[in-house]
Design a protein around this ligand. Structure first.
Ligand SMILES: [Zn+2]
Length: 351
């Protein structure tokens, strides 16, 4: 592969602008701004700095390099890629543009109201989010969920390689669980492939309002009891409406910091979101684990199935490096220890 001593090398997903499927591609950005794209060939394609536009990422979405012919290269957003492609922490104008460009204007208006009222007590936000989340109409949640899945299908997922029979297994398990936990909307289970070869990831995630995504590797590597435990955890996220709460909280924090700090909210915004979100995502994972353990206990399941499943998922993440790109399940020893305690003592402990 061609490299350039003056260039920075990245891995990205290349979309040819025709098919919706991304191809994993190495790219070098030379110091002058030219790109060398090596789409697995010996003859890298050179794209001059004038022939592509860099689209600033929103949140953790990828940096998009849009070529004149409509093709795109998506590069994961981190400190290095932000620095190299010149898309630092967003400033006021970008923040406002981001808010204005949100596809769901009704929601934006609701969130502006929430954000302003939340400005004086950022730490009250999790509670506020819990109260606001149920008031967001189901149609808005469906729209957000559908756009989220379209985005993930574009940048991260590939069609499943599993047979109909294999895909039916998580669906059957969810149907079994639904008879115990009875979510208001029957969850829809979809299967996607995530990552290639030995970097293929075992993961699951819940999307608004009632979709659960399982990856091929997750389905293939977990036995029924382990897969059921993971699905019960995802049903916990749906039941407790965690995605809506995170969305409300994140948007409200953006607006609240804008109101509080005015001109350049970037640093404060990042600090506030990190402070609130790291605690909250830990709380959400703990709540979803607890929901799963209680549900499994009601049908006489073994709580350690969740423990085994989490360990398998986390091992995969360490190898794939995909965990940091979309870390829906931050693995902590705390979670494993809580499950161990639950397994020993039942639901009386660790309140
Ligand atoms: Zn989770």
């Amino acid at each position: 592969m061609t490299t350039d001593k003056d260039g920075e090398q990245f891995e990205g997903l290349f979309f040819d602008g025709v098919s919706s499927r991304g191809e994993r591609t190495r790219c070098v950005r030379e110091s002058g701004g030219d790109l060398l794209l090596d789409c697995g060939s010996n003859d890298p394609r050179r794209i001059s700095a004038r022939e592509y536009a860099t689209i600033r990422p929103v949140g953790n979405s990828p940096i998009v390099l849009r070529l004149k012919d409509g093709a795109e290269l998506h590069v994961a957003t981190d400190a290095r890629s932000r620095a190299v492609f010149g898309v630092g922490v967003p400033r006021l104008t970008r923040l406002v543009e981001g808010i204005e460009n949100r596809p769901i204007s009704v929601l934006s208006v609701v969130l502006v109201a929430i954000g302003v009222s939340a400005a004086s007590y950022i730490y009250g936000l999790p509670l506020l989010a819990k109260n606001i989340a149920p008031r967001i109409p189901i149609a808005v949640k469906r729209e957000i969920g559908s756009q989220g899945l379209t985005f993930l299908d574009k940048v991260m997922f590939m069609p499943t390689g599993l047979s109909e029979e294999q895909q039916a297994r998580p669906r059957r398990l969810v149907e079994g669980l639904q008879s115990i936990v009875t979510l208001p909307l029957m969850p829809i289970v979809m299967t996607r492939r995530m990552g290639h070869g030995d970097k293929e990831a075992a993961n699951a995630m819940a999307l608004l309002p009632n979709t659960i995504i399982t990856t091929d590797k997750l389905v293939a590597s977990l036995d029924d009891a382990e897969l059921e435990a993971v699905l019960a955890h995802e049903m916990g996220h749906l039941h407790l409406d965690h995605s809506t709460q995170s969305l409300v909280r994140g948007s409200a924090v953006s607006i609240a910091t804008l109101v509080l700090f005015g001109g350049d909210p970037g640093v404060f915004q990042a600090l506030a979101i990190n402070l609130i979100d790291s605690k909250n995502s830990r709380d959400h994972e703990r709540e979803a684990d607890r929901f799963a353990l209680d549900s499994l206990a009601r049908r006489g399941g073994d709580p350690m199935a969740l423990h085994k499943a989490l360990r398998k998922i986390s091992e995969g993440h360490e190898e794939s490096g995909l965990g940091s790109y979309l870390s829906s399940h931050p693995m902590t020893d705390d979670r494993l220890r809580e499950i161990e305690r639950y397994s020993l003592h039942g639901r009386r402990v660790s309140e």
